[in-house]
Design a protein around this ligand. Structure first.
Ligand SMILES: Nc1ncnc2c1ncn2[C@@H]1O[C@H](COP(=O)(O)OP(=O)(O)O)[C@@H](O)[C@H]1O
Ligand SMILES: [Mg+2]
Length: 301
């Protein structure tokens, strides 16, 4: 079953069309990385999913039901913008205020459960203002987890995290989905970090979904390539282009061959043409490069 299924979603603010004919499919249990530049329409889409703003047209199904269905609405946890916390009171008391507002039954037990999930059980008595950025962002996730939602919508929760904060966040999100069977929609423009977390991706540009894919598909798309240097790069480039389908120069001055071909074959081919290879390596393009490539294709370079 899909946790989220959006078809032909449109939303305008005055004359500004923030979301246009957007389609999105998020399978149950996924960590769906929703990627796009600032202003591309991520937050608007998320707010519509959560019922915080209304769409102009389109269909939004959550667990096969209309997103306005109260039963389904009560199964969504949201973190859009920062959690409304009081700086001078403890994490625990902030959680208690939120739990009371939400009408959570048995709040002590529920707060203990969610703080444990976000690795904050040892910091419950800390004042909110004394928490690190990583802790504050995890408190936001704890807020979203109150009431045991099936779907979490998290808007840019990994901005500005250091390596340690990132590692804990990754563990928390993996636990939430794999151990607890929840689905997470997580928006970001930090591609490199999402790459280590997400099981699915959706790339949005100017309010439109450009591409959706699984992490496995990304793996295939982010092909391995061979990068090399020789003493005569311009002749090497011509030679390689005459033989291989996609040969490009990268920013570091290497020639890249994107076809699947053994390095020895390339070295031999160049040698037979009087060119000595001084350096050769194989690597994979990462999510960041893939994204830039895809965007450039869209621009019709
Ligand atoms: N309440 C609003 N009023 C007017 N324009 C808005 C409003 N919310 C968002 N927009 C515009 O819609 C576009 C998409 O914004 P947003 O969804 O916040 O993008 P993202 O979250 O990807 O950065 C932007 O051009 C933004 O300026
Ligand atoms: Mg946003």
């Amino acid at each position: 079953m899909n946790a989220i299924e959006i078809r032909n979603l449109n939303k305008s603010f005055g004359s500004k069309q923030a979301v246009r004919n957007l389609n999105m499919t998020v399978p149950q249990g996924a960590i769906y990385g929703f990627i796009g530049e600032n202003g591309s329409g991520k937050s608007t889409t998320e707010k519509i999913i959560c019922g915080l703003i209304h769409e102009n047209s389109g269909s939004i199904k959550l667990y096969c039901r209309d997103h306005t269905d109260p039963d389904v609405r009560s199964r969504i946890g949201v973190l859009i913008e920062s959690p409304g916390c009081f700086p001078n009171i403890s994490v625990w008391n902030n959680m208690m205020i939120q739990a009371t507002n939400l009408g959570i039954k048995n709040p002590e037990k529920e707060i203990a459960r969610v703080l444990k999930t976000v690795r904050m059980e040892g910091a419950a008595s800390n004042k909110f203002r004394n928490c690190s950025l990583g802790m504050k962002q995890r408190i936001g996730i704890a807020f979203a987890l109150l009431g045991d939602p099936a779907l979490l919508v998290l808007d840019e929760p990994i901005n500005g995290l250091d390596a340690d904060g990132m590692r804990i966040m990754r563990e928390v999100l993996t636990d939430i989905t794999q151990k607890d069977g929840r689905t997470v929609l997580i928006s970001s423009h930090i591609l490199g970090e999402l790459e280590k977390i997400a099981t699915h991706y959706g790339i949005i540009r100017h309010g439109q979904m450009v591409k959706e894919m699984t992490a496995q598909e990304l793996e295939v798309n982010c092909r391995t390539y061979i990068a090399l240097k020789t003493g005569d790069m311009s002749r090497t480039k011509r030679l390689l282009q005459s033989r291989y389908a996609r040969v490009e120069e990268d920013e570091s001055g290497y020639l890249r061959i994107y076809d699947i071909v053994p390095s020895q074959e390339v070295v031999r081919f160049l040698y037979e043409n009087g060119i000595v290879t001084s350096e050769i390596k194989s690597a994979k393009i990462n999510l960041e490069e893939y994204y830039v490539d895809l965007m450039q294709e869209r621009e019709g370079r």
